[in-house]
Ligand binder design. Structure first.
Ligand SMILES: [Mg+2]
Length: 216
């Protein structure tokens, strides 16, 4: 009986799942298996604005815009219309060479130590080259056989009680939480934690790790 991981019964949804299992008169083996699966946490990790510095990459490409740069409204800051902006930015080289934020590699390593799965979850731009550039970025770091990624604009389809989305867009996290997952917004000037955006990146990542642990 020691194998029954009562320690994981820490939130309402898990208790409901256990009760459902009992109510359906499933066998004890199956109940233990399902309970242990609750330990199986997946973190979906956004790329732009969370892992890599999209805004910094645009600055390297186009120079300083003369206006405060946010992720949203970046086209206007450079005086382009949307199409004109993306024509400049959407290249294989741009997406595959974006710099990770300071401390990201340690964060990624630590995250992998505390949860079962860490999966990059990123929305490609409208140009198909963006998806291949992002995949190249991952393969440069983790090799050709790297498989822990999902490229999709519909991140909330992945939401389950034992999943966490880490993203810089309030709406993405909101949709994910509404669909039954958990979410963490990483502070940026363009989201609801703008007042924390001045924190150093290693501090932002430490804060994020702490929040992940609280959810588990
Ligand atoms: Mg993002």
């Amino acid at each position: 009986m020691e194998d029954i991981s009562w320690k994981v019964i820490h939130d309402y949804s898990q208790i409901i799942r256990l009760l459902n299992t009992l109510a359906e008169h499933k066998g004890l083996d199956k109940m233990i298996k399902e309970t242990n699966q609750l330990d199986d946490f997946t973190v979906f990790l956004d790329m732009d604005g969370v892992s890599v510095d999209f805004v910094g990459g645009v600055k390297n490409l186009l120079g300083e815009p003369g206006k405060t740069l946010d992720d949203w409204g970046i086209e206007e800051a450079y005086g382009f219309n949307e199409d004109g902006f993306w024509e400049k930015v959407d290249t294989f080289e741009f997406w595959s060479t974006l710099e990770p934020y300071p401390g990201f590699d340690d964060f990624y390593k630590n995250l992998n130590e505390i949860v079962s799965n860490v999966v990059y979850c990123s929305k490609p731009s409208r140009h198909p080259i963006s998806a291949s550039g992002k995949l190249e970025w991952m393969q440069i770091r983790y090799g050709k056989r790297f498989r822990d990624y999902i490229l999709t604009p519909q991140k909330h389809y992945l939401a389950k009680p034992n999943t966490i989305l880490i993203d810089d867009k309030d709406k993405n996290v909101e949709d994910f939480v509404n669909a039954g997952g958990k979410g963490i917004v990483i502070p940026q000037t363009w989201n609801k934690f703008a007042d924390l955006a001045e924190m150093s990146w290693p501090d932002k990542y430490d804060r994020t790790l702490k929040l992940v642990k609280e959810y588990m």
